[in-house]
Design a protein around this ligand. Structure first.
Ligand SMILES: [Mn+2]
Length: 300
């Protein structure tokens, strides 16, 4: 791997060596960053935990009837280099700089599945896809609305993740949110007014089903959208939430759609001493790799 802004990946999810030129197809990249977390830190350890436990789960998904070993090649680029100085602005800038280095190696055919890290890491990845696709739909699965215009004095806080993505929206872009059950009165008023929130799974499924197959989608998945009973290892858990079955109903539809980018954020492995959360997260990542592998007919 030629790019010095990336640290080498762990063995799991590691694809073939990439020699030169734009990075083709589907690429994983870890973003071990939790510089803006407001409650409990630990999401910086997310990418390493997902890679570690991914070696111990099956490569085959009975839900999608696809196998990681049979799909088109995908690549684990390793982790973006980020700093942890305790100064959110400085650390956020280090993330921007590393992302800019990665973006130099991407072209329109490069699709990224980013592994957080906390939710603030999504913004540069989402912004790249918004710039490439003027009709992109941003799918936001999260317990939190993330629509604040900054939090605790910092504009790029993870509590403002979606608000910062909206800064990059053009007239043809659309936001669709699911799982949100925590936010301010103002955030909920905005979601109701703009009709971005799907409160019931059936409504969200119906919305997804109707999306034309060529429409570009980006999925930003905050793992705290799951019920804390399923996935307690996250910094800001919320009672209630989704389980794996309802998630797979969504993924089964996404498999038929054109997902051009995504991220899975907010796994904080140390918060769950049983280790179940990281296994859950790795399984979620496996399903998303399989669902994204087919975009553009890349399956062998
Ligand atoms: Mn959240």
């Amino acid at each position: 791997m030629k790019n010095r802004i990336l640290q080498p990946p762990a063995p799991a999810y590691q694809g073939a060596e990439i020699s030169a030129g734009p990075l083709p197809g589907l690429n994983l990249v870890g973003v071990p960053f939790d510089g803006t977390a407001c409650f409990r830190k630990g999401a910086a350890a997310g990418p390493a935990a997902i890679r570690r436990v991914s070696e111990h789960i099956e490569s085959y998904s009975p839900y999608l009837d696809l196998d990681l070993e049979e799909i088109a090649p995908y690549y684990d680029l390793g982790d973006l280099t980020v700093t942890d100085s305790g100064d959110p602005s400085r650390d956020w800038q280090s993330l921007q700089d590393s992302f800019a280095g990665l973006a130099d190696d991407l072209d329109e055919s490069s699709r990224i599945l980013a592994l957080g890290g906390e939710h603030s890491i999504s913004t540069p990845f989402v912004a790249r896809c918004l710039a490439l696709y003027p009709d992109l739909i941003l799918l936001h699965l999260d317990a939190h609305a993330d629509l604040r215009d900054g939090y605790q004095g910092f504009a790029y806080s993870h509590a403002a993740a979606v608000r910062r993505c909206l800064d990059h929206f053009g007239p043809g872009h659309r936001l669709a949110q699911f799982g949100v059950r925590s936010g301010t009165r103002a955030e909920f008023a905005w979601m109701r007014r703009e009709r971005t929130l799907y409160a019931e799974l059936a409504d969200f499924i119906a919305f997804l089903e109707k999306i034309p197959p060529e429409k570009p989608l980006y999925l930003t998945l905050d793992l705290d959208c799951f019920d804390p009973a399923c996935l307690p290892g996250t910094g800001t858990p919320e009672a209630g939430g989704e389980d794996f079955r309802s998630f797979m109903e969504i993924v089964t539809i996404l498999k038929k759609k054109r997902v051009v980018g995504g991220d899975v954020v907010e796994l904080a492995p140390a918060i769950d001493s049983t280790g179940n959360s990281e296994v859950f997260a790795a399984t979620v990542v496996r399903e998303l790799i399989l669902a994204m592998a087919e975009e553009g007919g890349h399956v062998r």
